[in-house]
Ligand binder design. Structure first.
Ligand code: 5GP
Length: 216
């Protein structure tokens, strides 16, 4: 795979987007996947039940707890965590293949998974972590109040979860306050463009410069 502005290949990167639910992360992720042909979504395994409209192998790999624990025990997951009483994890092999092929991967994982990637000596050099915050409490609450029949208690529970997730913003490299989707998507595009040309990701740079200095 060619780099964006050079003639040699580069290593892919892991673009992690985390946020409390209701901050607009899903919309930003979808827009990024539509606009950027070199970006693919990592498909996680989960023990949570499938929701209407979801498809196995597309939204998640839906597995039971025994299978999940087997995958984790065999070291097949790059990271995994218990999120709101369900297990979620990232299968390792597709990620490793993509990175070697110069493909970038988008992850929608929580702060626990991001922490594991940041603490992993191999994974951390490929990690680009972005945290998305809602512009204000009113906006967050209105996005969390998705259904008219939600009780006040449910809305307050969601707000408490969001507050807990937001307390981890410091652990990320970039933070975007999502006031406007288009502006936020452009921010993520700029982060991606800059991170793609970071020196560690440009495999073959040394030979390229050697050649420039002594073409014959
Ligand atoms: P949902 O069940 O609504 O699809 O996702 C719930 C939460 O689980 C989201 O915050 C999402 O970021 C997180 N999540 C999804 N997949 C993974 C994963 O593979 N690892 C981790 N650590 N979190 C995940």
């Amino acid at each position: 795979m060619n780099n964006d502005n050079t003639s040699f290949s580069r290593r892919g990167l892991m673009l992690v987007l985390s946020s409390p639910s209701g901050a607009g992360k899903t919309t930003i992720s979808r827009a990024m996947l539509e606009r950027d042909a070199n970006l693919t979504m990592s498909i996680s395994a989960t023990t949570r039940p499938m929701r209407p409209g979801e498809r196995d192998g597309e939204d998640y790999y839906f597995v039971d707890e025994t299978k999940f624990n087997l995958m984790a025990g065999r070291g097949e997951l790059l990271e995994y965590a218990n999120v709101f009483d369900n297990l979620y994890g990232t299968p390792k092999i597709p990620v490793e293949d993509a990175l070697l092929n110069g493909q970038d991967i988008l992850f929608d994982i929580d702060w626990q998974g991001t922490q594991q990637l940041a603490d992993n000596e191999n994974a951390k050099k490929d990690l680009v972590s972005v945290f998305i915050l809602p512009p204000n409490t009113k906006e967050l609450e209105s996005r969390l109040r998705t259904r008219a029949q939600d009780t006040e208690e449910i809305v307050q529970q969601r707000m408490a979860k969001a507050s807990d997730e937001m307390s981890h913003y410091r652990e990320y490299k970039y933070v975007i306050i999502n006031e406007d989707i288009e502006t936020s998507v452009q921010c993520v595009e700029k982060i991606l463009a800059a991170e793609r040309i970071s020196i560690e990701r440009q495999i073959g740079l040394h030979e390229f410069v050697q050649n420039l200095r002594a073409p014959n």
